[in-house]
Design a protein around this ligand. Structure first.
Ligand code: SF4
Length: 220
């Protein structure tokens, strides 16, 4: 069993750090590749193809994240996508081995899933049990969400502990940015939970300044 888990791979879309708009503190965010839920209005259409991205051994991802957490003094890991619960074993192994590698240093884990919480718990019980906070449910653009944790009002938020609930509720109530723009290897990345209209406004403001966007993640 241990030998089989050592060989797990994770299909990844991208890893980015530091991220300050997907959970409290400074974080590393992992976008997994592959999502069959296909929510209309999804901002990450580029992560849908299960054959896209790159398959990377979990131990390699673990080392990379541990290095980034140490070098950038990060507080947490955010797992999003794509659909994380479609790769439950690899992600549970990643979180477990990352925490083991970090030793006494605490690692807050935020998990976004497009499945409802009961459905996600059925397919990925070990992964959900490792998360400090789980935001669950498909994106429904006709139901705008409130705050910085949920993109749409149907989504639920669950906490692994009372301390995690306080941490997230304080962060969500604080007056902070909801979106972060980052340049990464020639790509401009818009990170966070956009509200309806944010993406087209972002595009038109850039166009006004003479900057045209080519391929964008929110269009197939
Ligand atoms: S919003 Fe999330 S669950 Fe919905 S299609 Fe996009 S990646 Fe999949």
């Amino acid at each position: 069993m241990a030998h089989r888990e050592a060989g797990l791979t994770l299909r990844l879309a991208r890893i980015l750090a530091p991220v300050t708009v997907l959970g409290p503190g400074r974080r590393v965010a992992v976008w997994v590749q592959g999502c069959a839920i296909a929510c209309p209005g999804c901002a990450s259409v580029d992560t849908w193809d299960p054959a896209g991205g790159e398959a990377v051994p979990v131990d390699e991802v673990c080392k990379l994240l541990a290095d980034q957490i140490g070098e950038l003094s990060l507080d947490g890991l955010t797992i999003t996508g794509g659909e994380p619960t479609s790769q439950p074993e690899a992600l549970a192994e990643l979180v477990t081995s990352l925490r083991a590698r970090l030793g006494p240093r605490p690692l807050d884990v935020l998990l976004f899933t497009g499945r409802t919480h009961p459905a996600a718990t059925r397919v990925a019980p070990a992964l959900l049990a490792l998360a400090d906070c789980v935001v669950a449910g498909p994106y429904r653009r006709e139901l705008p969400g409130e705050g910085r944790l949920v993109a749409s009002g149907n989504q639920t938020v669950s906490y692994g502990s009372a301390a995690a609930r306080r941490r997230y509720e304080d962060w969500n109530a604080a007056d902070g940015a909801r979106l972060q723009v980052t340049a990464e290897q020639g790509d401009l990345l818009l990170v966070g939970l956009p509200e309806p209209g944010d993406l087209s406004e972002f595009e038109s403001r850039l166009r006004e300044r003479g900057v045209g966007l080519g391929e964008v993640s929110w269009r197939a």
